[in-house]
Write a protein that binds this ligand. Sequence first.
Ligand code: F0G
Length: 448
Amino acid sequence: MRTIIEPFRIKSVEPLRQTTAEEREQYLGAAGYNLFLIDARHILIDLLTDSGTSAMSTEQWAAVMRGDESYAGSESFFRLKRAVDELTGFRHMVPTHQGRAAERILFTVMCKPGHLVPSNTHFDTTRANIEFTGAQAVDLPIPEAADTQARLDFKGNMDVAALGELIRREGRERIPLIMLTVTNNSGGGQPVSMANIAAVKEVAAFHGVPLYLDACRFAENAWLIRQREAGYAAWTPKKIAQKMFSYADGCTFSAKKDAFANIGGFLCSNDDRIAQQETNLLILTEGFPTYGGLAGRDLDAIAVGLDEVLDPDYLRYRIVSTAYLGRHIADAGVPIVEPPGGHAIYIDAARMLPHIPPQQFPGQALAVELYRHAGIRSVEIGSLMFGDAARHELLRLAIPRRVYTQSHIDYVVEAILEVNQRKNEIRGLEIVEQPPFLRHFSARFRPV
Ligand code: F0G
């Protein structure tokens, strides 16, 4: 059989609510044209994020019931620890309430003003947490990634030559760590090859700088390595993932993505001294080191999720279903970041709406239009999110894991193609008010 199906059936359902065009116009006005400020009950299909929005499995819900809520040394912690140890091999692991809590602890321990932290491309919370310590986040994607239309297998890779050059120019003592984000979310959900991870590790090891993975989509990255990189076709996703982690000295992890959990994360390290400092800091804000800001039941859900996500049937379906959305809109003329990656499709809004300049946020304008037209929520990843550091003006359609069926995605395709038909009428936006950082969450706009 050639048809690839959702490798699950549905046991519990949630109703979706329709809204009228007039209602949506009213909600948009009240929210200042910021889709983060629209109530979820007024959204029909929510592609804002794939984070914390997964459908948990029956095994995960069963694990929730097994959760041990002991304050210290809970069984749930040891189940999670075993799962993380087996997957990553790192010496130390502390749970955190989500990925950015792990980032804040890591960067508070490792970064000082004047430091530089290179990455293939930092995610917004990673960048913000680095810059909050006074250090600077530096993106070093491969130059080919600048062309959204280039169809490269591993467009998420880091520019290894630029990394070596940066370390030599700025001095090793200014670089406390190197990060690799797998998959590269801000760079279009594109995978990083095993060869690139190995090459980055070689440079890192040469200069004695630790390498950390921002690993929240490690399984999708592993599957794309299996499909696209020579030599891995016969490997299990788990073995590929283990090899990816083997090059790193630690990782930050948001369990809200590939671990199918609705909340959670962890921080790993091989360095005993760093791990001790991290644990001290963890206790200040996250809690005792065996629960780290989570309930025991959450730790159990993550432990099961880490195993389930490496199922080849799931990963095959996951990557095919993302490509399904991408191909159906791109082949009908909507410019996307090519090729489709792991968790999301990114429309190149600058290319689709050349009449809207970056200062008027073409990605946000498109997000607003898609909601107005069909009740679909998506997110801008461009000048609004990253300011001057933005490399592209993108609209991200993130696909929650195991949540929507193919007919939901067909609806999204139809809506996007209809909006594309009258794209010349879409107007830009200007900011009316904004906070000092992470402005995309709460800024308010008006149509230009
Ligand atoms: N790193 C990457 C690559 C991410 O995509 C995210 C979150 C984080 C770190 C932070 O994790 O949310 O658990 O604190 N990304 C979500 C998104 C929010 O929509 O892409 P968190």
